[in-house]
Design a protein around this ligand. Structure first.
Ligand code: 5RP
Length: 224
């Protein structure tokens, strides 16, 4: 069986050039990108990575990829990341892995954003995947209640051991479920007005190139 994540993840390394500052996303697809970049670094490629999560930083460090924090770079040449859903209009949902805030900050600082996905991530409209909201723990129940008053169902993310999931920034995640986002721009505006929501997982107009690994082993490139 074809590993769609692996073929897409590794393909993205073709865009990485000597000397670049590279944003390193989070998740099981970009994992393969980072592994491959590690190999290339061992073979002499010089890059500086900017990790979007502690998990990614640990992987990169193990592979000998030098890292800098977002504060210590002026600009990022290219960021490679995964996605939970993406439409043909280059609008997506991210944050399934809980790294949405750092991922968006890194994407914003990047000249080129590439997403690596398996074909099941390509959708006609957003919303099959829950939309993550990173929220401040203080008053998170108020946020949930105020969403519910408007008929928006949101569940607090927990870990397998049932403890509350905390992001690398010490915040919680509320996942909006059972909701389609036919007008994601409106949703983005609406959620931006709720105090306590630090970031939401709608990534509109960020991705430049989608690298999609297919079940038949083909790789589809979707460019803006
Ligand atoms: C993490 C993310 C990931 O990029 C997204 O969840 C996709 O992950 P995967 O490649 O494991 O399916 O947004 O916050």
């Amino acid at each position: 069986m074809v590993n769609q994540k692996k073929i897409a993840g590794e393909k993205a390394c073709e865009w990485v050039e000597y000397g670049m500052v590279v944003g390193l996303g989070t998740g099981s697809t970009v994992y393969y990108t980072i592994e491959k970049l590690g190999e290339l670094v061992q073979q002499g490629l010089k890059i500086t990575g900017v990790a979007t999560s502690e998990q990614t930083a640990r992987q990169a460090e193990k592979l000998g990829i030098p890292l800098k924090s977002l504060n210590d770079v002026v600009e990022i040449d290219i960021t490679i990341d995964g996605a939970d859903e993406v439409t043909g209009a280059f609008q997506g949902i991210k944050g399934g892995g809980g790294a949405l805030l750092r991922e968006k900050m890194v994407a914003e600082a990047s000249r080129l954003n590439i997403w690596v996905v398996g074909e099941e991530k390509l959708v006609d409209s957003l919303g099959n995947f829950p939309l993550p909201l990173e929220v401040i723990p203080f008053g998170w129940k108020q946020i949930k209640r105020s969403l519910e008053k408007e008929g928006i169902q949101a569940t607090l993310r927990t870990q397998q051991n049932k403890e509350i999931y905390q992001t690398n920034n010490g915040n919680y995640i509320l996942d909006i479920v059972n909701q389609t986002f036919t007008n994601p721009i409106k949703w983005q505006e609406k959620l931006a007005q709720v105090p306590g929501i630090v970031e939401q997982g709608l990534f509109l107009n960020y991705v430049d190139i989608i690298i999609c690994g297919k079940a038949d082993g083909e790789i589809e490139l979707i460019k803006k």
